[in-house]
Design a binder for this molecule. Sequence first.
Ligand SMILES: Cc1cc2nc3c(=O)[nH]c(=O)nc-3n(C[C@H](O)[C@H](O)[C@H](O)COP(=O)(O)OP(=O)(O)OC[C@H]3O[C@@H](n4cnc5c(N)ncnc54)[C@H](O)[C@@H]3O)c2cc1C
Length: 380
Amino acid sequence: MAVMGRSFDFIVVGAGIAGASAAFALSRHGRVALLEMESQPGFHSTSRSAAVLSCAYGPRSWQILSVASAIFYAEPREGFTDVVLARPLGALYLAASHEEQGLKAQAADLAVRGVACELVSAETARRMVPVVHMEKFTLGLHEPGCVDLDANALLHGYLRQARRNGAETLVNAEAAVITRSCGVWRVATRREALEAPILVNAAGAWADEITARAGLPRRGLRPLRRTAITFAPPAGHDVRKWPMTFDIGETWYFKPEGADIMVSPADLVPTEPCDAQPDAYDVAVAIDRIESVTSMKVDRPKSRWAGLRTFAPDHEAVIGPDPEEPSFIWYAGQGGNGVMASQAAGEVCAALAIGEDIPQTVARFGLTTDMISPCRLRPL
Ligand SMILES: Cc1cc2nc3c(=O)[nH]c(=O)nc-3n(C[C@H](O)[C@H](O)[C@H](O)COP(=O)(O)OP(=O)(O)OC[C@H]3O[C@@H](n4cnc5c(N)ncnc54)[C@H](O)[C@@H]3O)c2cc1C
């Protein structure tokens, strides 16, 4: 006879920023168990992010969720955190002449959503970031409202609030066996069994793996590795005033990181879910790229790391009930938007988990369930 597990209203698998934000939102509706296989929350992608919020970044659904979240980070609810969550940074997207149309279309789209931005000449862009070889670019898009987020404070704010509402975060607790019978999910970790009528899949790079463990078809989510390094900036520049700077085709970006510069070669290396490590080749590409598009030289990286960004085949958000089993709720496919979009995405996940519509605070920016539903993804 099966041993009864501890009983909850929701089990959330994965305590990265997605699982934590979902637990925060769900804990207002019932008892939550948040399971993390590592010894600490946020160990994988969440702690390796550039942690920037740019409303111009990423695919449409994630942009909308980021716009809707920005309001919360600027003024978090009382008791959420005692540090500043969002610090002004600014973003500058640069286009070559053949990319100008795309940049102009993006500016128009952002204006419709009420995001402050302006198209700037190459000369103005050069004044903002004097190290870029601007002869390669003809137009810039400046987004002054782009902010640097404190991802750790955000993660722990969600976890703390969830705990205050009675949620339990269990670490070293891999959801190893997942079964469902008589309308209840049963999850076995090494130590215990847990039960709940609703299961949330917030397992980041492991999202498809969790789905398979639950006996449901995978939906083709793929983890792609991305590398970053930091280095000392050239003497004589106050880099803290520079915006985060991207080429619009996203083959590189750099930003001030304290007194240093962080750069990524914007690599997209297909990888199995794992503890991602920086590859020497990608570090060399990062150095080569920053040295070819700017006048900066990298003597020696001060730090280097890699993390996984996980995408659905169309790169849009995957949030909502599984088409075959509506009590299995997806919250996955964040790509490069998972930190910035987490507050609104967590609220949307919770609303769909309890059978409600997308909250008006997010729907008013144009998000619909069809845009994010896993139903659009072919079962594998
Ligand atoms: C270099 C880099 C730069 C980035 N920059 C930005 C940025 O500027 N802004 C932004 O918004 N995003 C950025 N991102 C993306 C962002 O980091 C991710 O979108 C986000 O962290 C994904 O969060 P997550 O909770 O889904 O994944 P994770 O943080 O990976 O969390 C998933 C968790 O699930 C756990 N898990 C998996 N399987 C199980 C199981 N069976 N049982 C229990 N637990 C399990 C894992 O251990 C993991 O902790 C960047 C990413 C990288 C790599």
